[in-house]
Design a protein around this ligand. Sequence first.
Ligand code: SF4
Length: 284
Amino acid sequence: MKGLCGADAGIKISNALLHFGEEPPLVGKGGSGTIFFTGCPMKCIYCQNMGFSQLGVGVKITEEELANIMLLLQKAGAENINLVTASQYLPHVLKALEIAVKAGLEIPIVWNTSGYDSEEALEKLDGVVDVYLTDIRYTDDETGRKYSKVPDYWSVTQKALKIMYRQVGPFDGKKGMIIRILVLPGFANQAIEALRFIAKELSPQIPVSILRQYMPVFGAKNDPVLGRAVTDEEYEPVLEEAERLNLIGWYQLEERTTVPTKAVPEIHSFLKRKIKVQARGKPL
Ligand code: SF4
């Protein structure tokens, strides 16, 4: 039986590779060892990863196999293990991390999330996660209901961000919190509100990553509000507000169309083998 996040009892991932498009300190020289988990608690109509976030595309793996993937990423030079939307597999991920750490995993662990994390989940991550790389997507519940099909995005996320901050503090180059703000067309005001929330309720020391990579895809293509790219007139005031608030971090100058990544051959062939076996419906 599958939950709303799209996950059943096992672990399913869509890919694991070295990612060079994350924030510069997470990429370093070796790239961020990124693992994309299948499923997501949010159902954004503009999701660029629709295949694995909402349609269930991915490969079933065990906790031991996940641990091994982490070790292979480390061996390939990854600067960290970047767990993308992993909350639906939390108990399995914790077990895999335990196995991997016992076997020599020592690079930082990044929890890459929409921010829509429960207090219970975050308690379990306390002391495990080194970096919270979190979004603020909306600053009211109504917009989250409309575009991501979750009833209480901002109510949950405000609490979650405060817990994350209490656990790790601002990012200091190795450990801490980074907040991403994806500027959405028609909602630049919410991006500005998010910046004000960070400065007032959290800390201006938290690096902020302001993104203008939004492109209307899937359900957003014909949406009257989200069916276009962000304009300069919308994006620039967001940057100005970040400057006015003395926030630190990064921003994108223009939309990004390609994401630089590098496959790790052993992981690539392992996942390929798994796909073949699972497509034939044979026991794993
Ligand atoms: S939170 Fe991210 S991965 Fe999840 S549905 Fe929204 S855009 Fe997709």
